[in-house]
Design a protein around this ligand. Structure first.
Ligand code: C2G
Length: 129
C-alpha cells in the first residue's frame, strides 16, 4: 500500500484543490488529506470562510480521497507520515522547498499549482474579504 499525504485549508473548494488532490492520489494507492482546522488557520494568518467540518466533509466526499484528518499545527507532519506510513508527501509548488526536511521520512513532491484560481480570489469576487 503506497500512501500519499497532503495538507491544506481547502477553503471555498475550487478546481485547483481538486486537481492537486487527484494528482496526489495518482502517485499512490491511498490519499490522506490533512485539513487545517479553523484555529490553526488563524495561526497561519488565514481566516477560513467555510468552517472546518464542512471543508472536511467536502474533501472526504471526493472519490480520490481515502481519509481526512485534522491539521492542528505545523509540527504534526512527521508523526502523521509515520502514523499513516506515508511514502509520498505532496504539496503545491507555492510550497516548493519548504518541506524538504521531510525527505528523511518519505518522498517529497511539489506539484504545479493551477493558475488563475485561489480561495482569496473567490473571497474578493464574492466580497468575503
Ligand atoms: N493549490 C493549487 N492550485 C491553486 C490553489 C491551491 O494547486 N490554484 C494547492 C496548494 O498548493 C496546496 C493545496 O492546493 O497544496 C491546498 O491549498 P490551500 O488550501 O491554500 O492550503 P495552504 O493554505 O497552502 O495550507 O501545512 C501546509 C498548509 O496547511 C498548506
Amino acid at each position: 500500500m503506497r500512501t500519499v499525504i497532503t495538507y491544506g485549508t481547502f477553503d471555498l473548494f475550487h478546481v485547483g484543490h481538486l486537481r492537486i488532490l487527484e494528482r496526489a492520489r495518482a502517485l499512490g494507492d491511498r490519499l490522506v488529506v490533512a485539513i487545517s482546522t479553523d484555529e490553526f488557520n488563524l495561526l497561519k494568518g488565514k481566516r477560513s470562510v467555510i468552517p472546518f467540518a464542512s471543508r472536511a466533509e467536502i474533501v472526504a466526499g471526493l472519490s480520490c480521497v481515502d481519509l481526512v484528518i485534522a491539521e492542528e499545527n505545523w509540527d504534526q507532519k512527521v508523526s502523521d507520515i509515520l502514523n499513516f506510513q506515508a511514502s509520498v508527501f505532496v504539496m503545491g509548488g507555492d510550497w516548493e522547498g519548504k518541506f524538504d526536511e521531510l525527505r528523511e521520512h518519505c518522498e517529497v513532491v511539489y506539484l504545479s499549482r493551477t493558475d488563475g484560481v485561489s480561495s482569496s480570489m473567490i473571497k474578493k469576487v464574492v466580497g468575503a474579504g
